[in-house]
Design a protein around this ligand. Sequence first.
Ligand code: DOR
Length: 454
Amino acid sequence: MQSNRTVIRNGRVIDPSQGIDRVADLLIADGKISEITGSPLERAPDGHDVIDASGLVVAPGFIDLHTHLRDPGYEWKETLETGTQAAARGGFTTLCAMPNTDPCQDSAAVIDDVTRRAARTGAVRVLTIGAITKGRQGKNLAPMGELAEAGVIGFSDDGDPVSDPNIMRQALSYASSLGLPIINHAEERSLVRGGVMSEGEVATRLGLPGVPASAEAVMIARDIELTALTGGRLHVPHVSTAASVALIRVAKSRGLKVTAEVTPHHLSLTDSWVYGLHGEVPETVPPEAYDTNAKVNPPLRTAADVAALIEALADGTIDVIATDHAPHAATDKVCTFNEAAHGINVLETAFGQVMRLTHAGFISLPELIRRLTEHPAAILGAETGSLAKGRAADIVLLDPDAEWTVRPESFASLSRNTPLAGVTLRGRVVATVFGGNTVWDVRTAAAQTEVATS
Ligand code: DOR
């Protein structure tokens, strides 16, 4: 039983929302932040549980704007319980659940069901995203007012685009009157034509049909113009190409209400990962090709795209890092590349993946944290993502330098579909506190993940 008062001692507290970056103690009372001291206290105050953060970073819990929890309908891949446990291990205290469930999240009844069950069984907070169209079929708008009243934080048919421009126009208009964003899966299907990975040299060598970068950019350009037409709010999910970045940059300079997200995998992996050799480019195609765990939509792109995405994240063109956590069962991945499901399991590896950008000098640690906390909170219009006094005590303890090896078999997630198995990452979530309660602490958990001896 945890007491209602806790002190997190001696950590480097980084809270971008308040411009705080100092070694301090953080006090929690009744599930809320009560104080960040000017410097560490000489001794822990009486009656407090103590969490030692010496040598660690203390930051607001991460917020993921884009998570596939698969529940209801695909509970063999993930459930609200396992998905939120995976989130806790990854430092996320708020998830936004995408609506491609079965039944899909296109009615207040399904939203209520997910919200209620998540509150009961979830390790962290689950917010919901409503479908844009009924059944995610792209034909008729879902009851957006009813969904907004039920508490959705935005609308998306993610996994599928809204192809009809007039439906997209209506969606942006209605959502705008509700004060919510449209999150359109940006993919012009007539350009995809059965493509399963990025069009280019790797696809050609592997004999796999490719998807051109313009399949994404064409749809984003359309959506930007419809945003200008309607005055609506557009949030572009999982941006993957340099061309898309250029369009978003111009849209922002026009003053349009456009925000964007990028995933840890699009920031760190290229299409060479499809070879199955952790990104190495072989002289001849090896028997290991292909790694279906590197199949994702949008697909992994070129090194030039990755560089453009990193630059855009650093300069603010891309607002947030979101995981697009997309768990899939072994049977969805142990098959040909063409047959394999799209999606990567990300929640538990995200921080280690994106810390690479900070270690490489592309973005400072406070700015990286801002894109996982303050910026997504601003898009949600939520009070989370901050360690300000009185806010929910959603907190993460990080060791930016700890090296650890990804072992999918010990994930909390029900699925194992990551191309990073066996890869050593530098940057680790040590503990996660949600509403004042510790929901993950690697120091007390049985050796779930092996720390690399370095
Ligand atoms: O790779 C993906 N997987 N991209 C999506 O847009 C959907 C997701 C899923 O639901 O599996």
